[in-house]
Design a protein. Sequence first.
Length: 212
Amino acid sequence: MYRSLLKDGSDEFIERKSRFIGYGFKVQSEEEALEKIDMIKKKHRDATHNCSAYIIGEDKMIQRYNDDGEPSGTAGVPILEVLKKEDLTDVCVVVTRYFGGILLGAGGLVRAYSKGAKIAVDSSVIVDMEEYERLSVNYDYTHHGTINNYLMNREYRILKEEFLESVTLEIHNKKGDETLAKELMDITAGTVKIKSIGDEILPCKNGKIIYP
């Protein structure tokens, strides 16, 4: 559905004696992005600059940047461009600079803030946010071993398990993918009962859900 960050992260580097610290945040609203920026400004109140950019919404309609005193176009825009190039949304990046006494020039600043943004999002881990269904799967005990092996071999995680008159499992399945339902029907000769109990947007990497 869209690409975002898995978690908050940070990394840093030195460029001609200036220290750059990149912070990446997963955010859900513009208010939350502004809170993160304010948090970093307070944390690094002694820094020369705390430049930032963020993109909010699946439609990416909210896009903002701030140079925080650096020459216009040399900090906030390069940070925003990195977010756009990585096709990210619901993300906020702040790059803090402690001036080291050597001027970098416009080109040097653009490169440094771009690098600060890139290391920030890389440390925060870029993920695909995909839509999944949480399914309830109910079947007779005689099929439990076969179904358990089937799910294990295909790397499904069992979220909940209940053993009463029959077995009920809860698992995630990619929205719109009917392969699971068809194959479980084959395994149980059509007796399995599958129902959706809700949709969830989950972080994925290389087609696999990243669980906490």
